[in-house]
Design a protein around this ligand. Structure first.
Ligand SMILES: Cc1cc2nc3c(=O)[nH]c(=O)nc-3n(C[C@H](O)[C@H](O)[C@H](O)COP(=O)(O)OP(=O)(O)OC[C@H]3O[C@@H](n4cnc5c(N)ncnc54)[C@H](O)[C@@H]3O)c2cc1C
Length: 508
């Protein structure tokens, strides 16, 4: 690690003068932050007053050595989304962790907005929103460890996931899904029969793909053809449905990975063919879980509005730069994606293979809005589903009906709150309450191959851990969390929070 005794002494004096007993000063410190030794800490921006006026590159960090005990490893986590914060939380107590988050808030793809409807405030997840026990076993266990009581319907309502595929210029939807026992009428509508047949066959084919472990690099277009779907079925229903779950661009279906796209549908039908797609949300918003991880940590400092701009090797450790400032660490968890991760890895001579694999994972931008505009749904409210996929000549984007997930308004009238993908809409929704742009992994065949290459390089650069939902074939909070578990296990397998999670998730 860097050895700068003069700077070290100066900072030790600074800490001592400030009466901050218990803080550690040194070349392995965080980036210009004087943080408390106890309690998860949300530091302010990179320009904190503790940064010495001469542009010092070392700093005071949180936590520190236990009196007389071994020195805790110093770990930088770059990126304060679910993956990065989970890694920090899992390492709490056994490592001194600085989380660098470029944005004003932690969360990344978890973005809970507060909106007001007729004087009532509602927490609404603009990005990630749903989870269920089967796909999100570790995430559900984490929520339990954080004290979120999923048994309470007012904390975590469970709702049936239904789907409508429609075009605004057609008299009836192309497909409305049933949901037993409450919504059986779609099974009896003559106009819906063809769609019910197509999706039943697709769900069965999807289940076979899972059971037989279809390789992830089989393209969706060839899967549809091999499974016997006609061109009319593909064009009218399957292509729009597939892209509405990802990029929204109809032409993209040729490149998508069949297994990645079908994974959700494969779990959506019971053996008797009836849907069982039940999902949970959090009334307080998914951000609640992230805030709890920060609050419950004692040796983790979160630095918001602090964009990491460089990563270099220093001795057997690493130096993380924020502009002109530098701080040294034993290990670095890269919880950012795409060009950002590849750019940072570019500073490490032995990480060129890792950087190339990261760069090969494609991403797309998705803009989402929370609004009151009913024109994003079918004209007839009876045809509304949880997810309503609007087909045009070139795109298909979804609109979610949020009312069933939220507390009813005291006046008894509908909230009419909707969440739409609005990247390609011909006109923005009216009565827009919140709008956010996200960056998503594009689940293409190329992405699957690049992720496999990335997985094969795990451990190739000791001390560097590349994590995040985007590194996995299914980009979920669950998979983001599991990558954080892998990093924490490599850094400090004895970490208590990691052990606690392992104890309640078999085979984690
Ligand atoms: C619209 C949308 C809907 C989704 N819906 C669901 C869902 O319903 N259920 C589900 O399970 N999953 C869902 N997901 C996926 C899930 O959100 C992600 O897998 C998971 O949240 C990704 O977390 P992450 O930490 O890997 O990445 P991110 O959330 O992208 O976090 C990366 C963080 O790094 C920060 N950052 C970037 N560059 C820098 C830098 N140089 N220095 C410091 N910080 C930096 C960013 O600001 C960001 O906060 C959804 C995703 C999106 C986009």
């Amino acid at each position: 690690m860097s050895d700068r005794p003069n700077r070290r002494e100066a900072l030790r004096a600074l800490a001592s003068a400030a009466g901050t007993a218990g803080l550690v000063v040194g070349g392995l410190g965080g980036c210009g932050d004087a943080s408390p030794a106890e309690g998860g800490h949300d530091a302010e921006s990179a320009g904190d007053a503790a940064v010495p006026a001469d542009g010092a590159t070392d700093a005071v960090i949180s936590g520190g050595e236990d009196a007389g005990g071994p020195r805790r490893p110093h770990v930088a986590v770059i990126g304060g989304g679910l993956a990065g914060l989970s890694a920090a939380f899992l390492l709490d107590g056994v490592a001194d962790v600085i989380v660098y988050e470029a944005g004003p808030n932690v969360g990344g793809n978890v973005h809970t907005a507060e909106v007001e409807v007729r004087g009532e405030r509602y927490a609404v997840d603009v990005g990630a929103q749903y989870f269920n026990g089967e796909l999100h076993a570790a995430y559900v266990a984490l929520l339990g460890l954080l004290g979120i009581d999923l048994a309470r319907a007012d904390v975590s309502p469970e709702t049936g996931m239904t789907m409508t595929v429609f075009a605004t210029d057609e008299a009836t939807p192309r497909f409305v899904s049933p949901l037993p026992p409450s919504r059986l009428w779609p099974l009896n509508e003559p106009w819906n029969a063809a769609g019910v047949g197509v999706f039943n066959r697709l769900a069965a084919a999807a289940r076979r793909a899972e059971d037989e472990a279809l390789p992830y690099d089989v393209p969706l277009a060839s899967f549809f053809a091999d499974a016997g779907f006609t061109p009319a079925e593909v064009e009218g229903l399957l292509r729009p449905w597939a892209v509405a779950t990802t990029t929204g661009v109809l032409a993209d279906v040729e490149a998508l990975s069949a297994r990645s796209i079908l994974a959700f549908l494969s779990r959506a039908l019971r053996p008797d063919g009836l849907p069982v797609a039940y999902y949970r949300t959090l009334r307080a918003g998914l951000r609640d879980a992230l805030d709890r991880m920060v609050q419950r940590s004692t040796t983790v400092t979160v630095r918001r509005e602090t964009r990491a701009t460089s990563l270099e090797r220093v001795g057997s450790g690493f130096s993380v730069g924020v502009g002109a400032q530098r701080a040294d660490f034993d290990a670095v968890v890269l919880a950012v994606h795409g060009g950002t991760a590849a750019g940072l890895l570019g500073g490490l001579p032995d990480a060129s293979g890792l950087a190339a694999a990261v760069r090969a994972v494609p991403f797309f931008k998705a803009r989402l809005g929370i609004h009151h505009d009913r024109s994003h749904l079918p004209a007839e409210p009876r045809h509304w589903s949880s997810i309503n996929m609007a087909v045009t000549a070139t795109h298909c984007e979804s609109c979610m009906h949020l009312d069933p997930l939220l507390a009813p308004h005291p006046d008894g009238a509908p909230l009419d709150l909707f969440k739409s993908w609005i990247t390609y809409r011909s006109r923005p929704p009216e009565l827009l309450l919140a709008e956010v742009e996200f960056e998503h992994m594009a689940p293409t065949v190329d992405a699957m191959r690049a992720q496999d290459a990335l997985a094969a390089l795990a451990g190739a650069v000791p001390g560097i851990h590349v994590i995040g939902g985007w590194t996995q074939h299914l980009e979920l909070q669950e998979t983001a969390l599991r990558t954080a578990v892998a990093a924490a296990r490599a850094i400090a397998p004895e970490a208590p929070n990691l052990r606690a999670l392992e104890a309640v998730v078999p085979g984690l």
